[in-house]
Design a protein. Structure first.
Length: 327
């Protein structure tokens, strides 16, 4: 059974078309699903999922053009950063079920949760933004959790065939801030869904030892065709030993020191948390930054990494077009 994937996204720091050339089309499932690498961006599926059509070069041009318009009107969203260092208590508020892509307006709360009716309006606003900026095939979220306080802005849980999205309503009151948060979470859904990982074939003693890439305790071992497998092998193998030895993930001070040492390798300080957070952070910068022309730094290479996947170039153009329309 697949383990629970829980991603505490932006734990201390908030950094804040379709269609690929026939020569690079992949064999994927025909049914649209967030679990598929590129099924939603193949020619035969366009009519099914109602996505904009573009060839690879057109997707790239379209994305760059749209990003330029967004930056002209709204600035650089990737630099819309808020740093949280707080001892506030994490407080659960309520969660909402979804059905057929629609948010149930009846909140399910616990007697221990601090819920009030205004949270229904907040949940609706978040859900509307998610559906507006994220491509339609990836809307499959089964629960939307609201919470406030604490040091993280959002999270995604993925367990078997279910997806849960949690949003910190205190730290995401600005639409630009919330937009970058949701795109970061979308990066997790793309890179940590079930199709990206091997079956749970390891014993507890063999898991990390036998995994040829970064072993995530929540989601097992990435398969060799996954985004994370490639990302890890390109950017983390040389620094992982030091990262593990210093236990960077467990300490704010160590995280800051590690980032200062390897500043040219990470798009943000939060990206040093783990390869899982690094790829999601880099994905957010891939969406909201121009395509790098100078690849002398590793962090620019990380942004350029996503351009190796035509389906992600198409997704980028789609997301940017949606953001421009929404704003």
């Amino acid at each position: 059974m697949k383990k629970l994937v829980m991603l505490l996204s932006l734990l201390l720091f908030l950094p804040a078309c379709s269609l690929i050339d026939e020569a690079v089309q992949r064999n994927v499932a025909s049914e649209p699903s967030y679990r598929s690498l590129s099924a939603n961006y193949l020619k035969e599926d366009v009519a099914k999922v109602d996505l904009p059509y573009c060839w690879l070069a057109q997707c790239l041009q379209q994305g760059e053009r749209t990003l330029k318009n967004i930056r002209k009107s709204h600035g650089n969203l990737s630099e819309h950063v808020t740093i949280y260092r707080t001892n506030e208590k994490h407080e659960e508020l309520a969660y909402f079920m979804t059905e057929e892509g629609k948010l149930n307006n009846i909140a399910i709360e616990s007697e221990h949760w601090n819920y009030n009716s205004k949270h229904e309006r907040t949940a609706t606003a978040i859900w509307d933004l998610w559906n507006d900026i994220i491509p339609a095939p990836y809307h499959q979220v089964d629960k939307l959790y609201l919470f406030q306080g604490g040091d993280f802005a959002a999270y995604v849980n993925m367990y078997n065939m279910r997806v849960e999205l949690g949003v910190n309503i205190k730290h995401n009151q600005d639409q630009k801030q919330l937009t970058t948060t949701l795109v970061h979470e979308f990066g997790h859904i793309l890179t940590l869904n079930q199709e990206q990982f091997t079956e749970d074939r390891y014993t507890s003693d063999q898991q990390e030892l036998e995994c040829p890439a970064y072993f995530d305790e929540w989601s097992d071992c990435p398969n060799q065709e996954s985004y994370l497998y490639s990302f890890y092998n390109k950017f983390w193998k040389k620094i992982e030993t030091e990262w593990k030895k210093k236990k960077i993930e467990t300490s704010e001070a160590r995280q800051t020191a590690f980032y200062n040492k390897y500043r040219s390798q990470f798009v943000s300080e939060y990206a040093t948390t783990s390869p899982v957070e690094d790829i999601a952070e880099s994905f957010q910068y891939f969406i909201f930054s121009p395509k790098p022309t100078n690849l002398s730094s590793i962090k620019s290479q990380k942004i350029a990494f996503f351009y190796e996947y035509p389906e992600l170039v198409a997704i980028r153009a789609d997301v940017l077009a949606r953001v421009e329309k929404r704003f």
